[in-house]
Design a protein around this ligand. Sequence first.
Ligand SMILES: [Zn+2]
Length: 220
Amino acid sequence: MEQSLANEETLRKEIIEYGLKSYESGFVTETEGNLSARLSEDRFLVTPSHVPYEKRQVDDVVLIDPEGEVIKGSRRPTSETRMHLAVYKARPDVSGIVHAHPVYCTMLAVMGEPLRPILDEMLPYLGGVIEVTQFAPSGSAEIAAECVKSLGNRAAVLLANHGNLCVGKNMSRAFQTAKYVEKYARIYLQALSFNRVREVPEERQKQETPFYEYLKMMDW
Ligand SMILES: [Zn+2]
């Protein structure tokens, strides 16, 4: 029990810390986006609704159950709670989620353009092509289902006309994915603007993709 409480405190701090990093990286504006962490099989910590990133305190983070019911906290959980919970249910390997609206990923999401394997390191980090969901309204059960479907077993997904969602074995890895995906999206869009995109050769793609399963469970 004590260990679980210590873990809860650490995760609350991490949610604040990585939220600030997301804000300072320009991945979100004002109160956009949300983060969450898996505390145990049936307990999750999520960011509060409408509290600015710079003002968040550890007690603002909300503890919820798998149905999204609040167990501890005076704030309202993020309006995208359903999407986070759907991902945790579908992906036991995921314990951290960063959802944001970064400019380049969101451009691809607006264009309905999946992020293709254009860099050698992409496949082992992300697990394959980063797909764009079908459109569904923010906060709906539909977007939760579309998100899970288009995420598959990969590390990120682009949410149509909205933003992205990045996952990891912990908060640190989820945020790391968010940084990489935004950088890759920027490179892809700039190459697209010259109409000269060459993907990583297919044979190399086949060689590299299996490393994802190993790398996604590593700490760094
Ligand atoms: Zn959003």
